[in-house]
Design a protein around this ligand. Structure first.
Ligand code: SF4
Length: 78
């Protein structure tokens, strides 16, 4: 099974995010999600954007759902 996964798909299975939401960022290669069980980040953060405002990550908040983004890039598929 794991041999059929792309590197991105494999990372998605081992790096399980803490949250789920309607953000387009979940499908974007630039999101670094808060991982399940992480105690550090504020509760309203789903992750960090590695593209916008680089090198200072932009926190993607739970309450401010991003539905369109000029910097969106789909995650690589098989
Ligand atoms: S580039 Fe846009 S869509 Fe992608 S993670 Fe950053 S804010 Fe979200």
């Amino acid at each position: 099974m794991s041999q059929q996964l792309t590197p991105q798909e494999f990372l998605d299975t081992v790096l399980v995010p803490e949250k789920q939401s309607e953000h387009i960022c979940w499908q974007c290669t630039h999101l670094k999600p808060v991982l399940k069980g992480s105690k550090f980040p504020p509760a309203d953060i789903i992750g960090w954007c590695k593209k916008i405002h680089w090198p200072n990550y932009w926190c993607v908040a739970d309450f401010n759902v991003v539905k369109k983004c000029y910097a969106y890039e789909a995650k690589a598929k098989g």
